[in-house]
Design a protein around this ligand. Structure first.
Ligand code: SF4
Length: 510
């Protein structure tokens, strides 16, 4: 039935033709118009509700589809297929292998003819049937990038399974999904939905290590591998265990993730995934066991959500809080730090920095504000922190200028700008979000890298003094000889441009 409806909604060749040639250069509005005309209105409306945009309306970091691709590539027995422009696929494949994918990125190429005539969909279908071997795969993920989404390539018409291999088709256009963090949710949510429907129809596979004896708390959002282990130890006195981390590393973990007593929205922007947990009747807890305040409050919230007695919650708190307190006291952070990123854990890191003794005037995250980030936002705002959701690069750079931090933690362009100013800087994605953050281990680990960077200020000053003026302004770029400025050329062009503008003005009709 669903397939028949989808058939009726299939795009007309004229709609697809309208999108042909509408590449990245055409702009977001044009791509959205084409996608709507080609039958993707429902998908775009859902994304607009799940991932609200603004103040900037275009991704300012990597291609959002990388988030979905990464989730697929990290799963066992899962094949991932991209459909999009060759330049986009090249970039996504390169980035995947840069981050150590060690899996094949499959690709169905297209040209104007296959896109316009609908042959592209037939090519995708053929590729999926060729791949769908149950001996190799549990699932195949097909990701429509910008142009196929704008052209309405109807992945919903693919069979839902082939010989027991699940087929998951998703649209992940840059003009509908603002960040790669949220694109992880697009795929995780689609998989949870599929797994929930399977579980509602009968018995499903148990986790690889068997079902947990204790009730579990599922973690939502990628985290350092040691963090779920530490969280499990914190939950133990409450009679609970740490469940799987979503996005999962294997299909069967999806059932275990749904089979929980509560969900910890450690990354608070997984809106589609949370919809599936809500449909399964699972309560949600925001924030994470981070620092002293965060851990005490989080354990209490989990206890409330899971019906654990106050005594047991207190037992869990008393067991872990002294160790966190000692770790924070033993590794203090002194200095003013601005922080920005696009991973979704920025508010948590800021909390830990503040509890370690740092002054944090600004936190920018590319992710949107949600109900589940309120706990952390309120805590930070009470400490005088400016929290900027959907932060633009311009806002992050303005914070750098305004607060003149001793250390800037941020995205690549923020770190570049900070280093130009001789301000020590750390990449959020590679150096901060790839470390343990929870419990006592998180406190010590974060302080180690942050204090190391803060101690580099003198080296930056020396380098700045040594290189003063080199490679800046007119001397930027690669030169064979010592650079020589020619201000007279610029003056001459400026005069010519002004003359041409004046001429245009006199020729304009009154
Ligand atoms: S798929 Fe879209 S957002 Fe991603 S690189 Fe291509 S044009 Fe850019």
């Amino acid at each position: 039935m669903a397939d028949t409806d989808a058939m009726n909604n299939a795009p007309e060749a004229s709609d697809t033709a309208a999108a042909d040639g509408v590449g990245c250069h055409a702009g977001k509005a044009e791509l959205q118009r084409a996608a709507r005309a080609a039958g993707k209105s429902e998908t775009l409306a859902r994304y607009a509700a799940d991932y609200p945009q603004g103040p900037h309306d275009q991704p300012q970091s990597m291609c959002p589809a990388f988030g979905s691709l990464r989730v697929g590539l990290r799963m066992r027995r899962t094949a991932t297929v991209l459909c999009g422009s060759a330049c986009c696929v090249y970039g996504l494949t390169f980035t995947s292998h840069f981050y150590g994918a060690r899996r094949t990125v499959n690709y169905v190429p297209f040209n104007s003819e296959t896109l316009v005539t609908g042959k592209l969909f037939e090519d995708i279908r053929e590729a999926v049937f060729a791949l769908a071997d149950p001996a190799n795969y549990d699932a195949i993920v097909i990701i429509n990038l910008c142009v196929p989404t704008a052209s309405g390539v109807p992945l919903q018409l693919l069979p839902k399974e082939i010989d027991g291999v699940r087929i998951i088709g998703i649209d992940v256009p840059g003009f509908g999904v603002p960040t790669h963090a949220e694109a992880k949710d697009v795929l995780a949510g689609a998989m949870l939905r599929y797994a929930r429907q399977e579980a509602s129809h009968g018995p499903v596979q148990a986790p690889r290590g068997g079902r947990q004896a204790k009730p579990t708390v599922t973690m939502l959002g990628e985290m350092f591998p040691a963090d779920p282990v530490g969280i499990g130890m914190m939950l133990e006195p409450m009679g609970l265990a740490a469940g799987p981390v979503v996005p999962t590393r294997e299909w069967r973990e999806l059932y275990a993730a749904l089979d929980c007593v509560a969900v910890a929205a450690v990354h608070p922007f997984y809106t589609a995934s949370l919809r599936e947990f809500a449909a399964a009747g699972r309560p949600v807890v925001g924030s994470a066991p981070i620092g002293i305040d965060g851990t005490a409050a989080w354990l209490a919230s989990v206890g409330d959500a899971c019906g654990v007695s106050k005594d047991k919650v207190a037992l869990a708190q008393n067991r872990v809080l002294p160790a966190i307190k000692a770790a924070l006291a033993g590794a203090p952070i002194k200095g003013r730090i601005t922080l920005s990123g696009y991973e979704g854990s920025e508010l948590l890191v800021a909390r830990l920095l503040i509890e370690s003794g740092a002054q944090v005037p600004y936190v920018g995250t590319a992710c949107p504000r949600t109900n589940w980030s309120d706990v952390d936002r309120e805590w930070l705002e009470a400490k005088g922190v400016h929290v900027q959701f959907r932060a633009s690069l311009e806002q992050d750079l303005a914070a750098l200028r305004e607060f003149e931090p001793d250390l800037a933690i941020g995205t690549t362009p923020v770190v570049q700008k900070a280093k130009e100013r001789a301000t020590p800087a750390l990449y959020f994605t590679n150096l901060i979000s790839a470390r343990p953050l929870m419990g006592a281990a998180g406190a010590g680990s974060l302080a180690q890298v942050v204090c190391g960077a803060l101690g580099n200020k003198a080296r930056f000053d020396t380098m700045r003094e040594f290189f003063d003026g080199v490679g800046t302004s007119f001397a930027a770029g690669v030169w064979q000889d010592p650079p020589v400025d020619n201000p007279q050329f610029r003056e001459r062009y400026k005069a010519q441009i002004a003359k041409a503008a004046a001429k245009r003005r006199t020729e304009e009709p009154v």
